[in-house]
Design a protein around this ligand. Structure first.
Ligand code: 4FN
Length: 249
C-alpha cells in the first residue's frame, strides 16, 4: 500500500512512520510513505501557503493554489487512484472498522491542516473523505496522519510477527484487552491470578475472555452496546457482574 502525506512538516511525519512495526513494514516494501510539502509548490518569493480569512478574525487559512498543485503532483506520482482524506475535527471518527477498510485500499493520500484549516472550496473539490481522530484541539493534522499511518500500516500483510498477529485477532473482536502479568509470581504489589499458573489452557482462555468482557462493561459500555454477544459471552459477563457486585458488598 502507498500513503502520500501532504504536510507543511514532512520531516515530522516521516520520522513518525520510520519507527517500530510500521518502519519495518516500509523496509519490507509492504508500505510506502511519501511526503509532499505545499510550500514546494508555491510560486511567489515568500513561498506563501496561507492567507487571512474572509469575514475577518485572527486566524489564517491554507490557500487553494499550493494545495491544488501539490495534489495534482501527488495524483500523478503513481498509477493507482488516490483516496484523498482530510484530517479534521469535522470528520467522522476514526474507528478500527474504518482503519480496516482503509488498509485494503492500494493508495490513500492524507491532507494535514495547519492554522485554521483549509479553504472550503479545495476540500469540496479534491477531498473524498474527512476523518477525525478525536475531540480535542490540535495544532495540526500531522499527528492524526501519523495515527492513520500506524493503524493502517500495521495491518499490511506481513507487517506483524506471529504473536502480534494472534493478538491482533483478539483486538478485532472489539473488546478491551484482559489484564497481563509477567514475573515475579509474588510481588509486594500483589500476586498473579492463580488460573494463569494452572497450565489449563481452556480455563485461561475463558478467564481472559471474561476479563475482557467485564472491563469493557465497566469502562467502555458503549463498545458492548455496539455488538451482539453470543450465549457463552453473555454467560461469562453475567459471571463477572455477579462477582463484581459480590466483591463490592
Ligand atoms: N485540528 C475542535 C473544534 C474546533 C477546532 C478544533 C481544532 C489543526 C488546522 C484543524 C483536531 C482534532 C482531531 C485532525 C477542534 C484533527 C484536528 C483531528 C485538527 C489545524 C485546523 C486543527 C471540537 C474537536 C475540540 C485545529 C474540537 N483529527 N482545530 O483542533 O486538525 O484529525
Amino acid at each position: 500500500m502507498r500513503i502520500d502525506v501532504v504536510t507543511l512538516f514532512p520531516d515530522f511525519v516521516r520520522e513518525c512512520a520510520a519507527v517500530g512495526v510500521v518502519g519495518r513494514a516500509q523496509q519490507r516494501k509492504l508500505l510506502q510513505v511519501e511526503t509532499w510539502n505545499p510550500r514546494d509548490y508555491t510560486t511567489d518569493r515568500h513561498r506563501t501557503v496561507d492567507s487571512s480569512s474572509y469575514g475577518g478574525g485572527p486566524g489564517m487559512v491554507m490557500l487553494i493554489e499550493p494545495l491544488r498543485k501539490t495534489l495534482e503532483v501527488v495524483r500523478n506520482a503513481a498509477p493507482e487512484p488516490a483516496h484523498v482524506i482530510y484530517l479534521s475535527p469535522q470528520g467522522a471518527r476514526l474507528t478500527q472498522g474504518r482503519v480496516e477498510a482503509l488498509a485494503k485500499l492500494p493508495r490513500i493520500a492524507l491532507l494535514c491542516g495547519r492554522y485554521e484549516g483549509v479553504d472550503e472550496r479545495l476540500l469540496a473539490h479534491e477531498v473524498d473523505e474527512e476523518l477525525s481522530i478525536g475531540d480535542y484541539v490540535l495544532s495540526g493534522g500531522e499527528l492524526a496522519a501519523a495515527v492513520i499511518i500506524d493503524a493502517v500500516g500495521r495491518l499490511q500483510d506481513g507487517a506483524l510477527n506471529d504473536a502480534q498477529s494472534a493478538e491482533q485477532d483478539s483486538f478485532s473482536d472489539g473488546l478491551l484487552d484482559c489484564p497481563h502479568y509477567a514475573k515475579p509470581v509474588h510481588d509486594a504489589l500483589g500476586s498473579v491470578p492463580e488460573v494463569l499458573l494452572s497450565g489449563d489452557h481452556a480455563a485461561i482462555a475463558r478467564w481472559r475472555h471474561k476479563q475482557s468482557l467485564g472491563r469493557t462493561w465497566l469502562r467502555r459500555p458503549e463498545l458492548l452496546a455496539q455488538r451482539a454477544l453470543d450465549a457463552e459471552s453473555r454467560a461469562l459477563l453475567d459471571e463477572f457482574r455477579r462477582e463484581y457486585v459480590t466483591a463490592r458488598n
